[in-house]
Design a binder for this molecule. Structure first.
Ligand code: TYD
Length: 137
């Protein structure tokens, strides 16, 4: 069974504010607990649609609402917790083996995901029963 790390958590990112506006940045290994190998973003989500509904075996990620808002529902095998993300300086850190769904996207929302691994189709757990089995539930 893959090593199960710490719980998911919200991470405050640096915010540089001046009269010209705000700037936020992130460095892998400094502000977040992994080196960034991949970034992808989700946008133009039609009302009522849900993304995700899977877990990763090894991949770790940070989810940021760069614009707008959405909810991330996270299930570690012992129950689900819902996070509303609506701040571009706040990231939700997800270790491996956390079943996550992203939903309630606001109009024009932009969901940025920084990932610890390159895309690997075999890293996905898409079956919830298999997820529970891996989690020993
Ligand atoms: P998927 O991860 O299933 O999206 P979501 O979890 O948001 O519903 O990815 C959707 C499609 O995009 C799938 O065919 C795989 C492809 N994809 C890549 O090719 N590279 C990537 O880095 C990601 C995240 C997805």
């Amino acid at each position: 069974m893959p090593r199960i790390e710490e719980d998911c958590r919200l991470i405050d990112l640096p915010k540089i504010r001046d009269s010209r506006g705000n700037l936020t940045f992130v460095e892998g290994g400094r502000h977040i607990p992994f080196d960034i190998r991949r970034a992808f973003w989700i946008y133009d989500v039609p009302g009522g649609e849900m993304r995700g509904r899977h877990a990763y075996r090894r991949n770790r990620e940070i989810i940021i609402a760069v614009s707008g808002s959405f909810d991330v529902e996270v299930d570690n095998g012992n129950g689900a917790t819902r996070y509303q993300l609506n701040r571009s300086y706040c990231g939700l850190y997800l270790p491996p083996l956390h079943w996550r769904s992203i939903l309630n996207f606001s109009t024009n929302s932009l969901c940025l995901i920084l990932a610890s691994e390159k895309y690997d189709v075999t890293d996905y757990v898409r079956d919830y029963e298999e997820f529970c089995r891996i989690r020993g539930k």
